[in-house]
Write a protein that binds this ligand. Structure first.
Ligand SMILES: NC(=O)C1=CN([C@@H]2O[C@H](COP(=O)(O)OP(=O)(O)OC[C@H]3O[C@@H](n4cnc5c(N)ncnc54)[C@H](O)[C@@H]3O)[C@@H](O)[C@H]2O)C=CC1
Ligand SMILES: O=C(O)[C@H]1O[C@H](OP(=O)(O)OP(=O)(O)OC[C@H]2O[C@@H](n3ccc(=O)[nH]c3=O)[C@H](O)[C@@H]2O)[C@H](O)[C@@H](O)[C@@H]1O
Length: 500
C-alpha cells in the first residue's frame, strides 16, 4: 500500500520506516528542509536503536522517500498520517497549529479520497477540527471530495520505538460510522494486517474514545510513577528500601512490575505535556482531575529531590565543588533532551557556582545545545561544564557522582576505580541502579531515591545524614530552587570579595 507520513520526528520517522519495512511504499514529508536533506544524504536526525539500518535498507530498495513537497505527499497515497508535534501552549493545552497546518495542506492538494489519520497525540475533539480545516480548504477551491479523519494514536516508547512499533500491544483505530469512515477503516485494517497474524490487536472505536485512550494510557503510567516517587520519599524517612518494596508489590499480577521505578520524576516529551493537556481538557469541561493534579505536583517536587540531597551534603554554596554526572538523555536509548532531569539539575549546580563534568553515550551534543539555551542569560557558566568521553573521566576529582540516566553501560562500573577517582566517596543515584551493599563494600556512600537504608548508612556514612535544607520545601517548583542556587552563588561570590 502507498502511505504518506506528515512529520518526520520520533513518531513519523519510526512509523514510516517500519511501514516500509513491511513492504509498503512510504512518502515521508517534513517542513524542516535541513532534516529532509540530512535523511536524503543518509544521515540520522535522531538516535533510535535499529532505526538507521531499517531506513538505509528501505531507501536502498526504493520503498521509502523523504521530501518537503506537500503536493507530491498528498498525491502519493490515500492514507495520510499526521505525525507532527503537539507541544504545550503557554496554558499547558496541546498546541494544534502543526496538526491543523498539515490538515490544510492535505485539503489544498487532494484530488481524490483521503483517509487522514491522526497519529499525533491530540485532545478529544481534534479530529473534528482537522475535518473542518480540510473542508475549509476544499471550499476555498470549490472542490467537493470525500475524506475521513480517523484517530490512530501511537504508544511507542523512545529508545525502544522500533520494537514497540513492530510488536504493538494494541492498535487503536478510531473511526466514524460513515461511509467515508468505513472506507478509512478498511484501508487501516489492511495496512495493519501483518501485526494481527497471531492475535487480533486492533481495537476499533469511535474517534473521541480513541483520542481519549492515548491520554488515559499516558496518565495512568505517569500516575504509577508519581505514586512510587511519593512512597520512595517516605521510604527515605522511615528507613525502607523502595527497590525491595517495588519487587514486593510488582509480583502481584494485579499490580505488575512495569513503570514502578522511583527516580528523578518523569520527563521526556510526552508524559509532562500529556498529563498537563488532559488536566486542561478536564478543567475546560468543568471536571477537574484531582488525582492527575496531584500526579503533576508530585512530579514537580520529585525533580528536585536529588538537588536537596546535594544541598544536604554540601550546603547551597557550591563554588569550588565539582560534580560528575552520568547520563543526560531523559531515558536510555535516546538522545532526546526534552524535559530531561539532567537539564534542571546541571543548570542548578552551575548557577550555584559548581563545575560539572558530564558523560552520556549518545546525547552529549543535544545536551550541550539544550543547556546553552537554558543558560542563555549566563553563557559564561557553560565554561564550568565539560563533556567527557568516558564515564570514569567525569568522576576524576569530583565531590560526588550523580547518576541521572540508567544506561546499561553505567550498571556495573568498576567500583574500586570509581572510589579512587572520586575526591569524596559519594554516589547519588537518581535511578536506583546500584546495590547498596556492593557500594558500601567499595567504600562508597550511596544515596538512591527512597533507599536510605538507615542501618547501613549509620555504619557507612562519613557525611551527615540527609536533612532537607531549611529554606527548601517540597512545594517549591524547580525554578525556585534554581533561583535559590543562583542567590547562593551570588552570596558565595560576595563572601569571597569580602574576604579578599
Ligand atoms: N516522541 C514519542 O515518543 C511519542 C510521541 N507521540 C506524539 O506524536 C507526535 C509527534 O511527536 P514527535 O515525533 O516526538 O515530534 P517531533 O518534534 O520529533 O517531530 C515532529 C516533526 O513534524 C514536523 N512538522 C511540523 N509541522 C509540519 C507540517 N505542517 N508538515 C510536515 N511536517 C511538519 C517537524 O518539523 C518535526 O520534524 C506528538 O503529538 C507526540 O505527542 C506519541 C507517541 C510517542
Ligand atoms: O506518548 C508518548 O510519547 C509515549 O510516552 C511514553 O514513552 P517515553 O516518554 O518515550 O518514555 P518512557 O519509558 O515512558 O519514560 C517516560 C519518563 O518516565 C520515567 N519513568 C519511566 C518508568 C518508570 O518506572 N519510572 C520512571 O521514572 C522515565 O525515566 C522517563 O523520564 C510512554 O511510555 C509511551 O507508551 C508513549 O507512547
Amino acid at each position: 500500500m502507498n502511505v504518506t507520513i506528515i512529520g518526520t520526528g520520533y513518531v513519523g520517522l519510526v512509523t514510516g520506516a517500519c511501514l516500509a519495512e513491511l513492504g509498503n511504499n512510504v512518502f515521508c514529508l517534513d517542513v524542516d528542509q535541513a532534516k529532509i536533506h540530512l535523511l536524503n544524504a543518509g544521515g540520522m536526525p535522531i538516535h533510535e536503536p535499529g532505526l538507521e539500518e531499517i531506513i538505509a535498507r528501505n531507501v536502498e530498495e526504493g520503498r521509502l522517500v523523504f521530501s518537503s513537497d506537500p503536493a507530491a505527499a498528498t498525491a502519493f497515497a490515500d492514507v495520510q498520517f499526521i505525525a507532527v508535534g503537539t507541544p504545550p501552549d503557554e496554558d499547558g493545552a496541546a498546541d494544534l497549529q502543526y496538526v491543523l497546518a498539515a490538515a490544510r495542506s492535505i485539503g489544498r492538494h487532494m484530488q481524490g479520497f483521503k483517509a487522514v489519520v491522526d497519529k499525533s497525540t491530540v485532545p478529544v475533539g481534534t479530529a473534528e477540527k482537522v475535518a473542518a480545516a480540510i473542508r475549509e480548504e476544499l471550499a476555498a477551491r470549490g472542490a467537493d471530495i470525500e475524506f475521513a479523519v480517523a484517530s490512530n494514536p501511537e504508544f511507542l516508547k523512545e529508545g525502544a520505538a522500533v520494537e514497540d512499533f513492530m510488536r504493538p500491544d494494541r492498535i487503536v483505530l478510531g473511526v466514524d460510522e460513515t461511509p467515508a469512515g468505513e472506507r478509512a477503516l478498511a484501508l487501516l485494517r489492511e495496512l495493519y494486517r501483518p501485526f494481527n497474524r497471531n492475535h487480533e490487536r486492533t481495537r476499533v472505536m469511535d474517534v473521541r474514545s480513541a483520542e481519549f485512550t492515548k491520554y488515559a494510557a499516558n496518565a495512568m503510567l505517569a500516575t504509577r510513577i508519581s505514586f512510587m516517587n511519593e512512597l520512595a520519599n517516605l521510604a527515605d524517612r522511615v528507613g525502607a528500601d523502595i527497590e525491595l518494596v517495588r519487587q514486593g508489590i510488582g509480583s502481584d499480577p494485579r499490580i505488575g512490575y512495569s513503570f514502578l521505578y522511583a527516580g528523578t520524576g518523569y520527563g521526556g516529551s510526552c508524559f509532562p505535556k500529556d498529563v498537563d493537556a488532559l488536566c486542561r481538557t478536564a478543567s475546560e469541561n468543568g471536571h477537574g482531575l484531582q488525582i492527575l493534579d496531584a500526579v503533576q505536583r508530585v512530579n514537580q517536587a520529585q525533580k528536585k529531590v536529588l538537588l536537596e540531597k546535594v544541598w544536604a551534603q554540601f550546603g547551597r554554596r557550591l563554588a569550588g565543588r565539582s560534580f560528575a554526572v552520568w547520563g543526560l538523555a531523559f531515558k536510555p536509548g535516546t538522545d532526546d533532551m526534552r524535559e530531561a532531569p539532567s537539564r534542571s539539575i546541571i543548570e542548578a549546580l552551575l548557577r550555584a557556582g559548581a563545575t560539572v563534568r558530564a558523560h552520556d553515550p549518545v546525547a552529549q551534543e543535544q545536551a550541550a545545545r539544550a543547556l546553552a539555551g537554558d543558560l542563555a542569560d549566563h553563557p559564561e557558566l557553560l565554561r564550568n561544564l565539560t563533556f567527557v568521553p568516558k564515564p570514569l573521566d567525569a568522576a576524576q576529582g569530583a565531590d560526588a557522582l550523580i547518576v541521572l540516566t540508567e544506561w546499561k553501560s553505567y550498571k556495573s562500573p568498576n567500583l574500586r576505580a570509581l572510589r579512587e577517582a572520586l575526591r569524596s566517596p559519594l554516589v547519588l543515584d537518581g535511578r536506583n541502579i546500584y546495590d547498596l551493599h556492593a557500594m558500601a563494600a567499595a567504600g562508597l556512600t550511596y544515596l538512591g531515591i527512597g533507599r536510605n537504608n538507615l542501618a547501613l548508612l549509620k555504619e557507612q556514612m562519613q557525611v551527615a545524614p540527609i536533612t532537607v535544607a531549611n529554606e527548601v520545601t517540597r512545594e517549591e517548583p524547580i525554578e525556585v530552587l534554581v533561583e535559590l542556587a543562583a542567590q547562593a552563588a551570588a552570596e558565595t561570590k560576595a563572601l569571597g570579595e569580602e574576604a579578599s
